[in-house]
Design a protein around this ligand. Structure first.
Ligand code: GLC
Length: 407
């Protein structure tokens, strides 16, 4: 127990959570899982910057939502945009910030949480001088691998203008300069299956392989296809699960063509976006996590473990904080197609008893990321920031949840 547990108030802190996109991507799905459990800690309103499927899903879960639409160009502003359109986007953001300020003032919030890089920028602009505390919940590593050089410089300065930071992994936190501000390392929680029953029985042989996540080049589905082909295991089928959520439809097409040119199209199924891939994961023997640059956390890795899959993931990044290579899963270097192919062959060749050991260890690891534990740690920490009682410096979510170890 820490001091956060004892900060009791008859009134729950009023929290506005800013979410710029309503697409079902990792950070938003994790927020939904968490927010469903925050009723005792926070009086929450999720303020979306666009309408979309996640708005309905939050409302259906009984969570108050508002939509204050961002003008389209700001939502789709991309790294490759030219200087002119960036200036235009800044003007649009400023105008938006003024509009949002009214909404935030009306809500009389104690705390604003920004769930993305974009929303921390417009949210901070909108809330300056309102006397409300502000937290950045960071799900992205702030590095040149994801952002342009200027954006990295600005984004690294952002912790200075907020009252607290939540990072989804140590790897993410290490890209930020937080100084002595309250910071919480808190991964996305995972909905667990199986409970004390342990993992489902492993199939006699490895047959079904999957890659799960939105389709985007850095998630490495192309490298996954290449590794799958190079592993030369004709008995295996590959399921690519995920949609091109942010207009990267070209990449979806490139992947299809790649499967054909690699001669594996008959063994590859493209499922598109699937809401809650639980049933699918229950059938999967081997889950590949193929990001070619460091994954900030990689909730899918833990989900795979929770569902009894053997997981092979790339390092460095979040997955390397979860997987102890050869014990509860396997790690290969990001972008190394032949190492991924070798890992596939290695998993296929494992004796069943070895496979059971790895799956059981992975299952145990996943239990430690239970949404109940993780979400309540995050909710209590946010409430503490809202009340000004959060400790300065870095807190690990396990300190708030009875000291459960990470591996
Ligand atoms: C983002 C990150 C991913 C993480 C998720 C939840 O989608 O890319 O690594 O698992 O947020 O924090």
């Amino acid at each position: 127990m820490t001091e956060l547990h004892s900060s009791v108030s008859p009134l729950l802190p009023r929290v506005a959570y800013l979410v710029h996109s309503a697409a079902p991507s990792g950070a938003e799905l994790a927020l939904l899982r968490a927010a469903e459990l925050w009723a005792d800690d926070l009086n929450l309103t999720v303020v979306f910057g666009s309408s979309g499927p996640m708005v309905e899903r939050f409302s259906a879960a009984g969570i108050r939502t508002l939509v204050e639409p961002l003008p389209g160009t700001a939502v789709s502003m991309r790294r490759q945009s030219g200087a002119r359109s960036k200036v235009a986007a800044v003007v649009i953001l400023l105008t938006y910030a003024i509009r949002l300020r009214r909404v935030l003032r009306r809500g009389a919030y104690n705390l604003i949480v920004a769930g993305s890089l974009k929303s921390v920028i417009y949210g901070r602009l909108a809330s300056f001088g309102l006397g409300v505390r502000f937290v950045w919940s960071c799900h992205d590593r702030i590095s040149r691998e994801y952002l342009g050089p200027a954006a990295v410089i600005y984004a690294r300065l952002l912790p200075r203008i907020v009252d607290g930071v939540v990072a989804n992994s140590r790897s993410t936190l290490d890209t930020l300069r937080i100084g002595s501000r309250p910071a919480l390392i808190c991964p996305p929680g995972v909905a667990l299956v199986g409970g004390t029953q342990g993992p489902r029985p492993v199939h006699a042989e490895i047959r079904q392989v999957a890659i799960l996540g939105r389709l985007t080049p850095w998630k490495g589905q192309a490298e996954g296809l290449r590794a799958f082909a190079a592993a030369e295991q004709p008995q295996l089928a590959l399921h690519i699960v995920g949609g091109a959520l942010f207009g990267e439809d070209d990449y979806a097409e490139i992947l299809r063509q790649l499967a054909t040119s690699l001669g594996i199209a008959d063994r590859v199924t493209f499922h598109g976006h699937v809401d809650g891939a639980s049933d699918l994961l229950d059938e999967v023997d081997l889950l590949l996590h193929t990001s070619v640059i460091p994954e900030p956390f990689g909730a899918v890795v833990v989900e795979g473990m929770a569902h009894g899959c053997v997981v092979v993931a790339t390092r460095p990044g979040g997955p390397a904080e979860v997987i102890a290579d050869g014990r509860n899963g396997f790690l290969v270097s990001a972008g190394d197609v032949s190492a991924m192919a070798a890992a596939i062959r290695r998993v296929v060749a494992l004796p069943e008893s070895e496979r059971i050991k790895i799956v059981s260890a992975g299952y145990d690891t996943a239990q430690r990321f239970s949404n109940e534990i993780v979400a309540s740690a995050r909710g209590r920490w946010l409430a503490a920031v809202a009340r000004g009682t959060a400790p300065s410096g870095v807190t690990d979510w396990r300190q708030l949840s009875g000291g459960v170890a990470a591996r």
